[in-house]
Design a protein around this ligand. Structure first.
Ligand code: ATP
Ligand code: MG
Length: 156
C-alpha cells in the first residue's frame, strides 16, 4: 500500500496525455522534484485523478489549457486539476459530486457521460480521509483539488 508517488503520477499522465493531444489541449504538469511516499490504494487514486483530468478534457473546448499541479505541504498533499473550460454555474456547484448529476448546460448534453465520475472520485477521497474541493466560474474554467492527508511517521 505504500506507493511511490512518481510512479503513480507517471501512470496518470500516460493515461491522459493521448486524450490531451487528441483535443489539442495545452497540458502542463507541475510536480515538485522531491516527492514523498504515500500510503494509498494506488489504483483507486489513479482512477480518481484520471476522472478529474478526463473531465477537464471533456469540458474544455479544443485549444484550451489544462494544468495538473502537485503540492506537498506539511501534513497533506494536494493534486490540483485546473482547466480553461466551460465552467460550472454557481447553483450547480453544490451538486456536482452527487451520483448521476449532469449539468443542464447545453454544452454538457452533447458530451457522453453518466454523471458518476465525480461521485466515485469523491468517495475515493473520503475513503482516504481526504477531500475534493471545487471552484469554478461559468465560461472561465474549473479547478478541482484532491487533498489527501500525509501520514506522519510512515517511513520508506
Ligand atoms: P462520467 O464521469 O460518469 O463519464 P460525467 O463526466 O458527466 O460522466 P461527472 O464526472 O460526475 O460526470 O461530472 C458531473 C458533472 O459535473 C458533469 O456532467 C458536468 O456537468 C460537471 N463537470 C465536471 N467536471 C467539469 C469540468 N471540469 N468543467 C465543467 N463541468 C464539469
Ligand atoms: Mg466525468
Amino acid at each position: 500500500r505504500i506507493t511511490e508517488l512518481d510512479r503513480l503520477l507517471k501512470e496518470i499522465c500516460d493515461k491522459i496525455q493521448p486524450e490531451m493531444n487528441r483535443k489539442e489541449l495545452d497540458f502542463s504538469i507541475e510536480i515538485p522534484p522531491k516527492l514523498p511516499q504515500i500510503e494509498v490504494d494506488k489504483d483507486a487514486i489513479v482512477a480518481a485523478l484520471v476522472n478529474l483530468l478526463g473531465n477537464a478534457v471533456k469540458y474544455t473546448p479544443e485549444g484550451g489549457n489544462v494544468c495538473f499541479t502537485v503540492l506537498v505541504e506539511d501534513n497533506e498533499i494536494q493534486f490540483k486539476v485546473q482547466d480553461s473550460g466551460i465552467g460550472i454555474a454557481e447553483e450547480e456547484l453544490p451538486h456536482v459530486f452527487e451520483k448521476f448529476f449532469r449539468s443542464d448546460d447545453g454544452r454538457v448534453r452533447g458530451v457522453n457521460g453518466s454523471g458518476l465520475g465525480l461521485a466515485f472520485s469523491h468517495e475515493v477521497a473520503r475513503l482516504h480521509q481526504g477531500r475534493i474541493d471545487v471552484s469554478s466560474e461559468l465560461n472561465q474554467g474549473s479547478t478541482f483539488s484532491l487533498v489527501l492527508p500525509l501520514k506522519i511517521g510512515v517511513e520508506a
